[in-house]
Design a binder for this molecule. Structure first.
Ligand SMILES: CC(C)(COP(=O)(O)OP(=O)(O)OC[C@H]1O[C@@H](n2cnc3c(N)ncnc32)[C@H](O)[C@@H]1OP(=O)(O)O)[C@@H](O)C(=O)NCCC(=O)NCCS
Length: 163
């Protein structure tokens, strides 16, 4: 299992991961109507490609196949965090979380935030996030449930390590 940065050409594989993650994993916590509104089958691939290439997520590969991806933006906001329905509970999410924390340290970020699904809330809690407030975003006229979650990062400045 390895983590790398987004490469041009990943777009369609990441759309398949997004779709599979929502339809095969998050479907345990949302109704079929909510799942179809969140990850519709007719999503425009051009718009998707443009959005995902702007996010420039980290990508995890297992034996050459993309198994998950997640981004962190310069302000510490995590927009997407998805593991394929073919690779649940195998450590893909944990490796993505590690990549995000290392990037946050490189960027000198003081906090991470995300609007987290019901499915991922426990996972984010175990990685040190807390719920700030609950939200009810509307997608294609259907109300979903999520939670704004936040983690304050405390890095030891290099001067302190050097003494
Ligand atoms: C939430 C999500 C990202 C977690 O990804 P994941 O790859 O399953 O996460 P991990 O495998 O690292 O960890 C999940 C659990 O599997 C366990 N696990 C990890 N490797 C394991 C292994 N080799 N064998 C057995 N269990 C393992 C972990 O200990 C962890 O247990 P915990 O939940 O009790 O803490 C994933 O379920 C997902 O994509 N959900 C749907 C989409 C979604 O809602 N995304 C978030 C939008 S904000």
């Amino acid at each position: 299992m390895e983590i790398r940065r987004f490469r041009n050409g990943d777009e369609s594989a990441l759309l398949r991961v997004f779709f599979s993650s929502i339809h095969n994993i998050a479907s345990a916590d949302y109704t079929p109507e909510q799942i179809d509104a969140w990850a519709p089958k007719d999503r425009d691939p051009q718009l998707w490609a443009s959005h995902i290439s702007q996010l420039r997520p980290f990508v995890v590969e297992v034996e050459g196949e993309i198994a998950g991806y997640a981004d962190v933006q310069p302000d510490g906001y995590i927009d997407h965090f998805f593991v394929s329905g073919s690779y649940p509970k195998q450590g893909v999410g944990t490796l993505l979380m590690k990549g995000i924390h290392e990037e946050a340290e490189r960027l000198g970020l003081t906090e991470l935030t995300s609007n987290v699904s019901k499915t991922a809330e426990g996972f984010f809690l175990r990685h040190g996030f807390h719920v700030v407030e609950r939200g009810f975003p509307v997608r294609r006229g259907v109300t979903l449930q999520n939670a704004l979650m936040r983690k304050v990062l405390e890095f030891v400045p290099q001067e302190q390590i050097r003494g």
